[in-house]
Design a protein around this ligand. Structure first.
Ligand code: ADP
Ligand code: MG
Length: 557
């Protein structure tokens, strides 16, 4: 035993420190905060939830709901440990309908952030607020019925934890996934999502089949929707419904597998096993099915309190559920009924004649057709129009997107070029006709000094004559841009490699990208994969935006 533990005496931890330690178990990153706040909002019976993040949730997370609210006296209780309004007896645990029940989420979150809670109970006049710098002090405010919780500067007081946070993009991705899971859990609730003041999702409550399919398309991609079967199997007091990928569609990862039991997402061995069995012969090696499935059953027949993060469950009758899943899924996969919606399958692979589901050997061509499909997956959907040689208007189900091709390409080019440069993996494209570039006196002397740098950046240059250089090849990332203009901009200042990319970025953003020879559909897929990094290159338009705009322009005419 070391001297430290010998000399120290046992003490009760101060409550704040105990909360911070406990927070480590529940609150790992912004996404965990978001999950808890969303669960609370849903538990409060909200029909609309608004999420707003800054900097991937590291700077701020705000969740606003229109649920039943918290009354003034109970505000301080809500943030104290083991305070919950959701269970009072052990029996309640076995019949759990709500998502949270441990009563420690808010206490944990509040111990590691600069928080503020504002709430107004349904039917009450006044709302109440409380914040981190004066905990316990409740003051009256105006607030619509419901609750909004701000969580700013997560882990500001626990630097060791803050260090584990990743890049904004990564933290955002986790939050985005939490949001997607919740929005797929509760179609009857409207979900709205903003990041850095940009509206990313607008999902009004989806109360009919068509609206639900639209939401699936918005969250999981139009391609998944078009390649899925809508199923619904009621059986006794159980019901299995949702979207499952057709036998011909598969994914490289298990990233599109959402399974809910009574509205709670779960990852469970029994369920996973049943799903794999059901798809058994439909999937090539290393391929995975995709699904959004809801299993509804009597809450008493499933125990969700097995695991602290509550993704695992224990079934009373696991076998029964396992077999019910397999039977329902196989039946759908064999008959292959199409999704009943306006989203008529479009370029969807049909099963080969005579295909009999699990009895058939795997059709050899399935694999490469799957690849082809995976490639065409695009968040932005189909191209509707190209405007001003610079913007594309696309549509994915009901949503329109306007994408600035030039800006997006400039940013992608710079990122890729810089990465390749750092990794010493430059690629050049020779010019069909080498270009002569006249340099002024200043540029000429800078060219002498910058030759190595320019070669390092991937330009192939030579001396052409007095005061002239010749450009023979450009880095491929400049294709579609004016390489000569860029080169001159680079020679207008004394720069090093780091600075050169700042100049390149600035210069390419000024130029107009020539995409005449570009396969725009393919291009759009690349942008769709990087849409978070390119957030300021596209925006969502509602039909109303467009209609307003048309009305506006016609009234001006
Ligand atoms: P739990 O959800 O496990 O009960 P939490 O710490 O997440 O514990 O929340 C504590 C309590 O605060 C909840 O039981 C609930 O009474 C109240 N509460 C939290 N968020 C909300 C909300 N958005 N609307 C209404 N009540 C809330
Ligand atoms: Mg909770």
């Amino acid at each position: 035993m070391d001297s430290l533990s010998l000399s120290s005496s046992i003490r009760i931890l101060p409550p704040q420190l105990a909360d911070q330690i406990a927070a480590g178990e529940v609150i790992e990153r912004p996404a965990s905060v978001l999950k808890e706040l969303l669960e609370n909002a849903l538990d409060a019976g909200a029909s609309r939830v608004d999420v707003e993040l800054k900097l991937g949730g590291m700077d701020a997370i705000r969740v606003t709901d229109n649920g039943f609210g918290i009354c003034g006296q109970e505000l301080p209780l809500a943030i104290s440990r083991h305070a919950t309004s959701k269970i009072s007896r052990l029996d309640d645990l076995l019949q759990l309908q709500s998502l949270g029940f441990r009563g420690e989420a808010l206490a944990s979150i509040c111990s590691v952030s600069q928080w503020e809670i504002r709430s107004c109970q349904r039917g009450e006049e006044a709302g109440y607020a409380m914040r981190y710098d004066q905990p316990g002090q409740v003051h009256e405010i105006n607030h619509a019925a419901g609750t909004s919780i701000w969580v700013r500067k997560l882990f500001y007081n626990t630097p060791a934890r803050r260090k584990f946070l990743r890049a904004e993009r990564t933290e955002f991705r986790h939050c985005d996934e939490v949001f997607r899971r919740m929005a797929l859990a509760r179609f009857d609730v409207g979900f709205y999502f903003k990041h850095n003041a940009r509206q990313l999702q607008r999902l009004p409550a989806a109360n009919d089949a068509q609206a639900r399919s639209r939401r699936v398309s918005q969250l999981c991609g139009e391609n998944f929707l078009q390649n899925s079967l809508l199923i619904d199997f009621p059986r006794g007091d159980m019901r299995l419904w949702g979207w499952i990928s057709k036998p011909g569609y598969s994914r490289q990862q298990t990233d599109l597998q959402y399974f809910y039991i009574n509205g709670r997402i779960i990852r469970d061995r029994v369920i996973n096993h049943a799903m794999r069995q059901a798809y058994n012969t439909c999937l090539g090696p290393g391929r995975h099915a995709a699904y959004v499935l809801h299993l509804e059953l009597d809450p008493a027949s499933v125990d969700v309190n097995v695991h602290p993060t509550k993704h695992e469950v224990r079934f009373r009758e696991a076998r029964l559920i396992h077999d019910f899943l397999i039977r329902s899924l196989r039946e759908s996969l064999q008959t292959g009924d199409a999704v009943q919606s306006e989203y008529a399958p479009n370029g969807v692979m049909e099963l080969p004649p005579g295909y009999r589901g699990q009895e058939t050997r795997e059709p050899p061509y399935v694999a490469h057709r799957q690849e082809a499909l995976a490639e065409t997956e695009c968040f932005f959907g189909q191209i509707q129009a190209v405007l001003l040689n610079r913007f594309v208007l696309t549509q994915s189900s009901g949503t329109l997107y306007l994408i600035d091709v030039s800006r997006a390409q400039a940013l992608m080019s710079v990122q890729d070029w810089q990465a390749a440069c750092q990794a010493n993996q430059l690629k050049q494209r020779p010019l069909l006709i080498p270009q002569r570039i006249a340099l002024d006196a200043g540029q000429r002397s800078r060219y002498e000094r910058a030759q190595d740098l320019l070669t390092h950046l991937g330009f192939d240059l030579g001396q052409a004559g007095p005061g002239e250089i010749i450009l023979r090849a450009i880095p491929i990332w400049l294709a579609g841009f004016d390489g000569q203009r860029l080169l001159q901009a680079l020679l207008d200042a004394d720069i090093d490699e780091q600075q050169s990319f700042a100049v390149i970025r600035q210069q390419l953003l000024l130029q107009q990208y020539d995409f005449a020879t570009v396969d725009l559909r393919h291009w759009l897929q690349r942008v769709s994969q990087r849409r978070e990094q390119l957030a300021d290159c596209w925006r969502e338009l509602t039909q109303t935006d467009l209609q307003d705009w048309l009305r506006l322009s016609s009234s001006h005419a």
